[in-house]
Design a protein around this ligand. Structure first.
Ligand code: SDX
Length: 426
């Protein structure tokens, strides 16, 4: 076992060094405070490994993303989302019998309890679908209180798409469309989203393929903000539904999964402003402008986000397969070209991330902008579940409880408080 030597206040300490299966190096500081009395300081956790995980590998410098060892490019080309769900959660691609059994269970658990429909009556039509999704997912624990994690994982994977589709129908005042047992996972979701009573809805192969691609590309991404939240909440022993609901809330933020909605709104703002894309790129470089190029930049990817590369190509393919044009795609590619040749973006290694092109595809499929982050959540669900399961199954898991560096007042006496004020308190 190799070690790292720390010299602190004149004393040397040996700390064990871990090496990951892809050769990453980590200094194991689990004994640091006991040995030295010191803690580390890493706001935003940019240099901190919170766990050892066998699920997803990312190499940010080389633009590598693999789920259980399989490159994202291969899965995006050849797998279905349900196969990727099985892969992330169980560790291997399913055999035909395993896939059939998995699909059968997902089909059988698509319905939500009829009483849960009443929850939708309490939400205003303007309710953001992420507010509904997080509330309804947490509420599943009221209907399934038993800790049967295997069954609850199936229930969650299957009912989340129904809840998402119902939240869309609620927002447009249309009746809920129930899932059908003869449709695949992705076909069922689009059916529940866009079918209307007395009028069928057929999912085209191009749409079904695009939806599988989008969900696969979002399925996991190691210890991002929302996944770390799922692990944090789950580490206290909170149930699966509560842990995932917390992850949905974390994903909602505009710096994380909420960015895909912000990208489309930014592209629309640029087109409607009549100003050039260059003007907006310049604005994004001014700190005090409060304007960021949404869909650009990433904490880990410092060369390119492989998902953005795949989505950019798919945007062209899907639009032409659907015989559609989207002027926002032209604005997006123009913005990308300007930014990628600008020293500000080059120096800071800012490239398009997964959110930059995903909205173009969602729009082409008829999905409204305020549902984009819900689509991200549906994709990320198997990843959150796999990471939660990996943590729960690890008997060395402890409750997550970071330390801090205190920079507040030193000890002081209440009697020092001004007499007059003390009298009002009394
Ligand atoms: C996702 O972690 C994951 O894996 C997340 C995700 C996943 O699959 O789970 O990949 C999904 O969340 C993708 C990111 C979506 N968010 C956005 O597109 C929002 C816009 N991007 C930024 O807010 C930012 O790039 C982050 C949040 C993505 C990353 O933030 P960091 O790592 O904390 O980087 P930073 O904010 O410290 O930026 C470093 C520099 C700063 O400039 P300086 O202070 O060095 O002068 O780059 C600048 C930033 O001002 N910068 C940007 C910018 N992003 C960073 N400037 C303009 N536009 C941007 N988009």
């Amino acid at each position: 076992m190799s070690t790292a030597t720390l010299l602190l206040k004149g004393k040397e300490y040996e700390l064990p060094v871990m090496e990951g299966s892809e050769g990453e190096t980590a200094i194991d500081i689990t004994s640091l405070r006991a040995k030295t009395g010191a803690v580390t300081f890493d706001p935003g956790y940019g240099n901190t490994g919170s766990c050892a995980s066998a699920i997803t590998f990312i190499d940010g410098e080389k633009g590598i993303l693999r789920y259980r060892g399989y490159p994202i490019e291969e899965l995006a080309k050849s797998a279905t989302f349900v196969e990727v769900c099985y892969l992330l959660i169980h560790g291997n691609m399913p055999s035909i019998p395993e896939l059939d059994a998995f699909n059968e269970k997902l089909t059988r658990h698509s319905l939500i309890h009829e009483d849960m429909k009443k929850f939708f009556e309490g939400f205003p039509p303007s309710a953001h679908p992420m507010a509904i999704l997080s509330a309804m997912i947490a509420s599943l624990s009221a209907y399934y209180p038993e800790n049967d994690n295997e069954l609850n994982i199936i229930r969650l994977l299957s009912k989340a798409k129904t809840i998402a589709a119902f939240s869309y129908k609620k927002s447009i005042g249309q009746p809920f469309i129930y899932p059908r047992n003869d449709l695949s996972y992705t076909q069922n979701f689009m059916h529940m989203m866009f079918a209307v009573p007395a009028e069928g809805y057929k999912v085209t192969a191009a749409i079904d393929r695009a939806l599988n691609l989008l969900l696969i590309l979002h399925a996991d991404h190691e210890q991002n903000c929302s996944t770390s939240t799922v692990r944090m909440v789950g580490s206290s022993g909170a149930n699966l539904f509560a842990s995932i609901s917390a992850g949905i809330c974390a994903l909602w933020g505009p710096l994380h999964g909420g960015a895909n909605q912000q990208v489309i709104e930014m592209l629309q703002q640029i087109r409607e402003s009549g100003q050039s894309a260059k003007t907006f790129v310049e604005r994004a470089k001014q700190k005090d402008s409060g304007f960021k190029l949404m869909g650009f930049g990433h904490r880990v990817y410092k060369n390119f986000d492989p998902r953005a590369t795949i989505l950019k190509r798919a945007a062209d393919d899907v639009l032409s397969a659907l015989g559609k044009r989207d002027p926002l795609l032209q604005t997006a590619t123009e913005l990308e070209q300007i930014a990628l040749s600008d020293p500000y973006f080059i120096e800071r290694k800012l490239y398009p991330n997964v959110d930059f092109y995903s909205g173009i595809l969602y729009r082409a499929m008829g999905i409204p902008t305020n549902m984009f982050t819900v689509m991200f959540a549906l994709g990320r669900l198997p990843g959150w579940i796999a990471q939660w399961k990996e943590m729960v199954d690890d008997d060395k898991t402890r409750i997550n409880r970071p330390r801090q560096v205190y920079v507040g007042s030193k000890v002081r006496e209440l009697s020092e408080v001004d007499e007059a004020l003390a009298l009002t308190i009394a």
